[in-house]
Design a protein around this ligand. Sequence first.
Ligand code: M6R
Length: 369
Amino acid sequence: EKGGYDYFMLKEIAEQPKAVADTLLGRIDAGGSLTLDEVRMSASELREVDKVVIVACGTAFHAGLIAKYAIEHWTRIPCEVELASEFRYRDPILGARSLVIAISQSGETMDTLMALRHAREQGSKVLAICNTNGSTIPRESDAVLYTHAGPEVAVASTKAFLTQLVACYLVALYLGQVRGTKWGDEISAVIRDLSQISGEVERVLETMEPVRELARSLADKKTVLFLGRHVGYPVALEGALKLKELAYMHAEGFAAGELKHGPIALIEPDLPVVVVVPSPRGRSVLHDKIVSNIQEIRARGARTIVIAEEGDEAVVPYADHLVRIPATPTLLQPLVATVPLQVFACELATARGNEVDQPRNLAKSVTVE
Ligand code: M6R
């Protein structure tokens, strides 16, 4: 069943290129445009949407945080992302023109289900992004975009996350395509990049041995911090969540811009800090800012583990450990940047003698509050 791997998680990490390709399958037409009839909204309904609200929990919430950057950039529609458990107990302002997206691997998460019920009661359309056919969340939604990751057995979500990202990008690009924005050319180019991305994920997987080695060398550490900017910030949150779940270590993700507002006080000699570096192409301001953040923490003794695009030479002098990822458009970078963090957490868990597929105290699907 584990296909020769020691753990389901390893198998599922390895399956990611295929999962990503399967989620794209049939959704990009021969002309390079998106066909997403599954969204079940007419072009005029899609043009009417004046707000997108994403609700989810855990790793699916991190996918939602990344989706916000994509949706707002490509569609210019305001997008909010909220933990389902918070959303459902507020009085969120929704209406008939709000599009609510509920992201869930299992389709059975109680808080996400309650959040979508609440949204539908307010007259909003709910689109589920889900991996489990016929589960409760898609059944109760107006439409569903299935992620085709295949069954995910390990409690820690990996391939489901990458495919949730793909589904979110598809929705964002489709909304942009239908509504027509000044980003038309960029949207076509990104659709092309997305159709190649599974090969890039594969390339990352082929270079993971040094990451595993590094993880083993950190097995006795108490804390690991994760920093990122822009879409790298939710990636940092996801890296930290994986480490908590699997290695039972104290791990926190921060927006690098927040360092001086508190977290930098945590930096002490030899503290491992993972930094997700945005592409130096595209938004170079972001890149330069994070390079100075790396300098700042390294000057205080942090052991920097830098995840940066191939060809990014500016980070080299400040990286104690450098993990290379392929160049991608800025917004797609999480698809390649998350993979080393999954491998890192999985290897640390193994080195610490933890049960990888079934971490203590956790359930695969949280069907209670
Ligand atoms: O099935 P769901 O996607 O709704 O689950 C949401 C979270 O419970 C889930 O992502 C959880 O955070 C994972 N264990 C993370 O690895």
